[in-house]
Design a protein around this ligand. Structure first.
Ligand code: OSB
Ligand code: MG
Length: 370
């Protein structure tokens, strides 16, 4: 694969609503868009790092720095035949998974476009339609969460995930069960807001037939999660704690979770995502694709990986129009049936960039050449 030029652009896209988690809230999506040019085609990738280091340690600025100083020079330092070469080339650099993933994802897109196949196919995807869910943030009142759940159910979303934090947990779940019944496929995501001191709350949540409780304990823990899992019937799903397939192996071995959320950025790219997918499949652990409030480029990558067979639980990739008045891809990633997205068959990610929208949101850019 010939890499002729890599462009990095910082975009700021206004969200249609304020998205709040236990670690903070956003109204503007601030991120980096990567375009890798080679042999007449362009591959696109998105950095899912946030401006602040509260989900993980990376930020928009650290991603840019790592790419400029280390990752892009590495890509230009030797010939690359396949996206797996990128994974090997980046391996000696520790962590900085979102920076690595943004570039690796762009190269996967470029590779599949050069081959003339869809990214989903290049990854070994088997589905043409995927089920998706929605992630509902923390709201000022339970009533506002209920309104959002009502709309999500009307759109047919196949899984309702609600964010919880101490003081905004059991009453939310109880409110949803009372209003919408026990058959709603429901889960809670705590983003590490609890400790073992909150065991009573966890045991209360355990009574509501949740599909899973996502990342209740510390972002860097798998030991307490194993102790907690032993006391709950609801499966624990790990998000923040899993950075690679080795983490997943250890968590499975310890019994720290029954389900794993794969976020391409958090684990350093599509190659590592596939590894985790395969490992989980061999251990009977279902996976699903988490979201990072991505623009259309990141969503398109999520759609492609979700077409792999062990993504048996609906992910967080809700429709573009939920988040954006104007996305940077056209058409946006939209539902083709209630709660379902189509996996594109066109080469690469299968969506065209809306360059006008990119221009509108771009605040900074740089180009790198070998
Ligand atoms: O923990 O899954 C998470 C968004 C930002 C940071 C962390 C998380 C999330 C989400 C996904 O819940 C939201 C989405 O993409 O719709
Ligand atoms: Mg999460």
């Amino acid at each position: 694969m010939k890499l002729e030029r890599i462009e990095v652009q910082q975009l700021q896209m206004p969200l249609r609503f304020r998205f709040e988690t236990s670690f903070g809230s956003t109204t503007i999506k601030d991120f980096l868009l990567i375009s890798v040019h080679g042999e007449g085609v362009v591959g696109y990738g998105e950095s899912v790092a946030m401006p602040t280091p509260f989900y993980n340690e990376e930020t928009t600025e650290t991603v840019w720095y790592m790419m400029e100083k280390f990752l892009i020079p590495k890509l230009f330092s030797q010939p690359i035949e396949t996206p797996e070469d990128v994974d090997r080339l980046f391996a000696p650099i520790r962590r900085n998974n979102m920076a690595k993933s943004a570039l690796e994802g762009a190269i996967w897109d470029l590779y599949s476009k050069q081959k003339g196949i869809s990214l989903a196919k290049a990854l070994g995807g088997t589905r043409s339609l995927i089920d998706v869910g929605i992630s509902i943030g923390i709201e000022p009142t339970v009533g506002e969460v209920l309104q959002r759940v009502e709309r999500a159910l009307a759109d047919g979303y196949k899984k309702i995930k609600v964010k919880i934090k101490p003081g905004f947990d059991v009453q939310v779940i109880q409110g949803i069960r009372e209003r919408f019944g026990d058959s709603v496929p429901l889960m809670a995501d705590a983003n590490s807001a609890y400790t073992m001191e909150h065991l009573d709350i966890m045991k209360e949540l355990d009574q509501y037939g949740l599909i899973m409780i996502e990342q209740p304990l510390a972002h860097d823990d798998i030991i307490d999660h194993a102790k907690l899992q032993a006391q709950l019937k609801t499966p624990i799903c790990l998000d923040e704690s899993i950075h690679n397939a080795e983490d997943a192996r250890k968590a499975i071995e310890l019994g720290s979770c029954g389900i794993i959320n794969i976020k391409i950025g958090r684990v350093g790219g599509l190659t590592e995502s596939k590894r985790i997918h395969d490992l989980c499949e061999s251990h009977g652990i279902p996976v699903w694709c988490g979201g990072m409030v991505e623009s259309g480029v990141g969503r398109a990558h999520n759609v492609a990986i979700t077409s792999l067979p062990n993504f048996t639980i609906p992910g967080d990739t809700a429709a573009s129009s939920r988040y954006w008045d104007l996305d940077i891809i056209e058409p946006g990633v939209e539902l083709v049936a209630p709660g379902q997205l189509a996996v594109p068959e066109q080469p690469g990610i299968g969506y065209a960039l809306n360059q006008q929208a990119v221009g509108k949101y771009a605040v900074r850019s740089a180009s790198y050449r070998p």
